[in-house]
Structures are given as structure tokens and as C-alpha cells.
Design a protein around this ligand. Sequence first.
Ligand code: LLP
Length: 413
Amino acid sequence: MKTRNNRLMIGEIEADQLVKKYGSPIYVYDEEIIRNRFRELKESIPYRKLRIYYACKANTNPHIMKIMLEEGAYIDAISPGEIMMALKAGFKPEQLMFTSTSVTDEDMKFAIEKGVLVNCDSLSQLERYGKINPQSSVSIRINPDVGAGHHGHVITGGPDSKFGIYFDKLHDAQAIAKKHNLRIIGVHQHIGSGIIEKEKFIQAMAMLLKTANEIEGLEFIDFGGGLGVPYKPGQERLDIKKLGMEITEKFTAFCSEYGKELHLYIEPGRYPVAEAGTLLCTVNTIKETPKHKFAGVDTGFNHLVRPAMYGSYHEIINASNVEAEKKQKIAIAGNICESGDVFTRDEHGIVNREMPEIKEGDVLAILNAGAYGYSMSSNYNTRPRPAEILVKGKEARVIRKRETFEHLEFGLD
Ligand code: LLP
């Protein structure tokens, strides 16, 4: 965190100046952080045929995707809408992969017509894919029987997960592929999100490599995303250098046994963007109950749902008075008409957090909101979404306008 004159800085700009200029609330992204995180990730896996597929569900703003493109990323798209956004950002269809779940024929046809490789999530999808697009290349998503993640909702491997073809059904998948003359050129897995234990990745990797060894003619193996970032102050970082080295060694050894230098894919969503994003909002109300002191702000779980949905911790800073000496215990409440709309909470409920003094009119910064912030936002309570601002050093620009009432009326006769 960078401060100047007791004010929070984003890039080289004071956060409260951004609110003055662009209004409140706003999502602000620091371009330098996105680029640095991406490069760090790339350098952590010193494997020649590495490809990083940015899982754009984390943040689909095309201007942010453009930064990824410049950094050499590919795109993991989950829906026709994400395919469209990636193409709009300038990616070529061959730089995309379509990995979804409960997929319709229409979704697949959209991807196929655009020239995007389809990664099949079920035997049903593979069968239907084979009928729609026989004699083509395809990838399959495997559930390796291993899952991990920061919350039950985001664990995507193991018997409770709806994702992928269970590893023990590989021979059925191969039979379907044979029937439709499909070439399985890739195997994929994604075991969960927000993982900070290296061992889980390695364990899942071993499982997928075992499966991959049984498939001839592979061109790539995709180990998915899931790399966690620290949200709480003092929380340890995932040692991506160590993890990257281990992945490289294990993959290189596998390829020499397999007899071909395959492409290694990973699919991070959160890692490059989470720490680059801040949701800035303004305090309009201070009030008390016998249990809590609340600071009410002009945003809510319609704009950042992670605390309400997963009990996720997001650090909150008084951007107008970062180092105020007076401390207090306070809960930060949103403006949505539900009692769960409190940003300072854990999985059990509201948490009063020790923070510097907060006054009405102060700008608060909800940190690490660059991933699954705007992309999970909604118009609940019929409130428009905030603007998105990209900061590069001393410069700032709007990369998505604030919604207006016209957006809210969209689709009405
Ligand atoms: N690949 C696939 C197939 C995925 O489903 C996901 C995320 C990723 C890659 C990227 O995972 P990441 O590197 O971002 O962990 N809304 C939740 C996270 C949901 C992740 C869904 N899938 C959150 O806010 O924590």
C-alpha cells in the first residue's frame, strides 16, 4: 500500500482525487500491478512451451484483456459472451479455449463457428460435440478426484464437484472420440480457486499426468487456474517460484517419458488482477446499535459480492485518512436492503474490524477487488454498476462508464 500525505495512492494518484473526478463508487485498476503479476507468473515456470490462458471470468473488461494480450496471454473463456469479449479485445480465435459446464449445443456451435477449441466437461457434451463437429480436434476436462479452494463453493475437483469427466471414465471418453473420429489433443483440469497450498496443485498434477499418459496424440496439458493471493494483511504468499520450478521439473520428466514435448497450459484468473483492483466508495452514514458501530457506504454486495457470498476478507482502508491515530471497532455496511450486506464479515456473520477513525464523507478503499468484483456485480436493488478506471502512473482513464438509468431499462419495450 502506498500513501502520500496520509492519503491512499493508486499508481501516482490520490484515491480521493479519483473519486472527486469520476464520482463514487468506482472500480480502479493499477495497470502496473497487472503487468507485474502476469510477468512474475510467466517467469515462475521456465518451460519453453508454456501458455498462460487468462481466465477472464475474473475480470472481463476488454481493456484489461488487452493488457493480457500485450503480455502474451491466451484466454480461457466460459461462455459465448466471454468469447465475444476476448475477440473484441483483439485476441484471435486460436488464442482461446472454451471451457464451460452444462453446455448447450448452441454454446458449442458458437465456439466452433468462431474457430475456438472446445474443452468438453462431460461425456454428454463430448458425444454432442462429436455429432456437431466430427473429425475435429477436441480437449477434455478431467475431474482428477482432488479438489481445493478458499470456500466450498469454489472447489471444483472431487466427488462433490459437477465439473469434468471423472478420471475413471477416460475409456468411455476415448470410445466416444473414436466413434466420431475426434482427436483428443488436450487434457485439462481445474481443481478450485484461491488455493494457497502448493501440495494440492502437485497432487492434482500427478493425477492428471497419470490420465494423460493413457491418451495418444496429445498436444497440451492444461493444469487450470486457482492460484491464490493474500487477502489478509500478513497472510503468506503462495511461493509461485517454488511451485513453478516443481511444475516445470515434473512436466519435463513426463514429456520425456511420453516421448513428445507437449505444451503446458495454466489458467489463472485471480492471480494477475485481484491485487490490482480497488473499489472506492464514500461513507454517508455513521450509526450504532447495542452491538455494532456501522459506517454506511454508497456501494454494496451488488458491486462486490465476495464478502456476502463466501465470507471473504477484503482489507478496507480509510483512503482519506490512512493513518488516523484514533482507532475504533467498526463494521462497514453497504446500501443494499439486506442485513447480510456488510463488507466486514466472515462465514459466521458481521465482524467489527479495528480501523482508524471514519467520518461521513471519507473515501474508503476496499482492496484486492480486481478479480470477481465487477465481473460478479449485479443491478440488484435496481442500482447502476460503478465506472471502471484504469490508472497508469500519473494517468487515469475511464475503461467502462458508470451505468445510468438507461442501462437499467435495457430490454424493456
Ligand atoms: N479455469 C477454470 C475452468 C475456472 O473455472 C476458473 C475459475 C479458473 C480457471 C480461474 O480460477 P482462478 O485462477 O481465478 O482461481 N468467484 C470466486 C472464484 C470462482 C472461480 C471460478 N472458476 C471468488 O470470488 O473467489
